[in-house]
Ligand binder design. Structure first.
Ligand code: NAP
Ligand code: ZN
Ligand code: ZN
Length: 386
C-alpha cells in the first residue's frame, strides 16, 4: 500500500463561501459548517459542458434532511467512468457535472433521525446515493440493479427524487442518506480506501459471484484501476491470477500486486498458449475488444465477465460461446451490503488501491493520462486542494 498517511483536513471556510458559481439561484444560502440544516453551496471541480476541462466552481447542496449525513470529503478517486460521462460516451450528461463516485471522508453533521452514523465516523460513498427501496432487487439487497421508478440515483450525473441534479465527490462536502454511506474500517487509510468504493466493489462482486478461490484460475484483462484491484482481491481470495495486458511494460508491478503470471495480449502466442485455461476472465478494458479471442481462453463452462463499459458495442463470434458451453456475462458495481463486505475484506487482507495522490488542479492532466493507459494505478484527488 502506498500513501498510507491519513491527513485530517479542517473545513475550509474560505472555499465554501465562494460565490463563483454557474448556478443562477442567488438566494441559495452560503454554506457554513454550523448550518447544515440550511441549503448551502459546496466548492467543487466541475465540467461545464461535454468534454470540457474541469474547473473550480460551486454547486448547491441540499439542507440536511432527517436521514441525511454531511460528509467532509477527504479523497475522491478518478474512475475511467468519470471520463466516459464527461465525454458523453454513454449518452447525454447533466451539466455542470461534478464527477466522483469513489468518495472517502468523515461525517461532520447528522440529521435528526440518523441512527447508523455519527459525527466523526469514517465513511465512503460509491456509485449510487439512492434507489427505490421497494422493487424486488432492492428488497433482495441488490440495489445496484434497482428496477423501480428510474432505478438507482447515480452519485453524479443523476437526479434525486426531487428531480434536482446530483453532484459527485470532486467536492469539499457531500450530503447523502445515511443508508447509502458505508463504514470505512480504521485499518484502511482513507486515500487508498476511496477507489474501493467503485473499482474495488466492481471486481469483488463478480469474483465472489463466480467463485474465485483456491483451485480456480482467474485472468484479469487490463491493469488499470479496476484491474490492479482485481489482481489483489482475486489473489486474496486464493485464486491463481494471470494479468493480460497490452504489453509487458507493467509486468513487475503486476507480479508485485499478486499475479502469478503476466502476459501481453499484443503477442498472438499468448492466446495459443493460454487457450482453455481460465475459469473466470474479468474484462476491465475501457475500449471495445474482440471478445472471441478472450472467450477462447476459458475452459468448459468458464465465464467471461464484461466490466469495461466502452462507448462502442463489443463484438464476438458465436462459435467462441458454443465451444465449451462458455458464458459471457456482465456485472455492475455491487450492493450496499456487498460493498461493506468488500471494505471489511480489504481491511482484513491489507488491500488498498495503489494510488497517485494529486491536487485538484491536476485532474485534467490525470484524465489525459488515464486515456493513455498511463495510470499507476488510480489517481486520487486530495480534496483539501479544491
Ligand atoms: P483504467 O484505469 O483506464 O484501466 C483500463 C485498462 O484497460 C488500462 O489501464 C489498459 O490496461 C487497458 N486498456 C485501455 N485501453 C485499451 C485498449 N484500447 N485496448 C486494450 N486494453 C486497453 O479504467 P478503469 O477505471 O479501471 O475502468 C475500466 C472500465 O470499466 C471503464 O470502461 C469503466 O467505465 C468501466 N467500469 C465499469 C464498472 C462496472 O460497474 N461494470 C465500474 C467501474 C468502471 P493495460 O495497459 O494493462 O493494457
Ligand atoms: Zn467508477
Ligand atoms: Zn429498487
Amino acid at each position: 500500500m502506498t500513501n498510507t498517511t491519513v491527513t485530517e483536513h479542517t473545513i475550509d471556510s474560505a472555499a465554501i463561501t465562494d460565490t463563483d458559481s454557474t448556478d443562477t439561484d442567488s438566494t441559495a444560502a452560503v454554506e457554513t459548517p454550523e448550518a447544515p440544516d440550511r441549503p448551502g453551496r459546496i466548492a467543487v471541480y466541475a465540467a461545464q459542458a461535454p468534454k470540457a476541462p474541469l474547473e473550480r466552481t460551486t454547486v448547491p447542496r441540499r439542507a440536511l434532511g432527517p436521514h441525511d449525513i454531511l460528509i467532509d470529503v477527504r479523497y475522491a478517486g478518478i474512475c475511467h467512468s468519470d471520463i466516459h460521462q464527461v465525454d458523453e460516451d454513454w449518452g447525454p450528461g447533466i451539466f455542470p457535472m461534478v464527477p466522483g463516485h469513489e468518495i472517502a471522508g468523515v461525517v461532520t453533521a447528522v440529521g435528526s433521525a440518523v441512527s447508523l452514523r455519527s459525527v466523526g465516523d469514517r465513511v465512503g460513498v460509491g456509485c449510487f446515493v439512492d434507489s427505490c427501496r421497494e422493487c424486488d432487487n432492492c428488497r433482495a439487497g441488490l440495489q445496484q440493479y434497482c428496477t423501480g421508478g428510474t432505478g438507482i440515483v447515480l452519485t453524479y450525473n443523476g437526479r434525486g427524487r426531487d428531480g434536482s441534479p446530483t453532484y459527485g465527490g470532486y467536492a469539499k462536502q457531500l450530503v447523502v442518506d445515511e443508508q447509502y454511506a458505508l463504514r470505512i474500517p480504521d485499518a484502511l487509510p482513507l486515500d487508498v480506501a476511496a477507489p474501493l468504493l467503485c473499482a474495488g466493489i466492481t471486481v469483488y462482486s463478480p469474483l465472489s459471484h463466480w467463485g474465485a478461490g483456491p483451485g480456480r484460475k482467474v485472468a484479469v484483462v487490463g491493469l488499470g484501476g479496476l484491474g490492479h484491484l482485481g489482481v489483489r482481491i482475486a489473489r486474496a481470495k486464493g485464486a491463481e491470477v494471470t494479468v493480460l495486458s497490452q504489453s509487458l511494460r507493467k509486468r513487475e508491478d503486476g507480479l508485485r500486486l499478486g499475479a502469478h503470471d503476466y502476459r501481453a495480449t499484443s503477442d498472438p502466442a499468448t492466446f495459443a498458449e493460454l487457450a482453455g485455461r481460465f475459469d473466470i476472465v474479468l474484462n476491465t478494458v475501457s475500449a471495445d475488444l474482440d471478445l472471441s479471442a478472450y472467450l477462447g481462453l476459458l475452459r468448459t463452462d468458464g465465464t467471461l465477465v464484461q466490466l469495461g463499459a466502452p462507448a462502442k458495442p463489443v463484438s464476438l463470434g458465436a462459435h467462441s460461446l458454443l465451444i465449451g458451453r462458455r458464458s459471457l456475462s456482465g456485472s455492475m458495481i455491487g450492493s450496499l451490503a456487498e460493498t461493506q463486505e468488500m471494505l471489511d475484506f480489504c481491511a482484513e487482507h491489507g488491500i488498498g488501491a495503489e494510488i497517485e495522490l494529486i491536487p485538484a488542479e491536476g485532474i485534467n492532466e490525470a484524465y489525459r493520462r488515464v486515456l493513455a493507459s498511463d495510470v499507476h494505478y488510480r489517481f486520487v484527488i486530495d480534496t483539501a486542494t479544491i
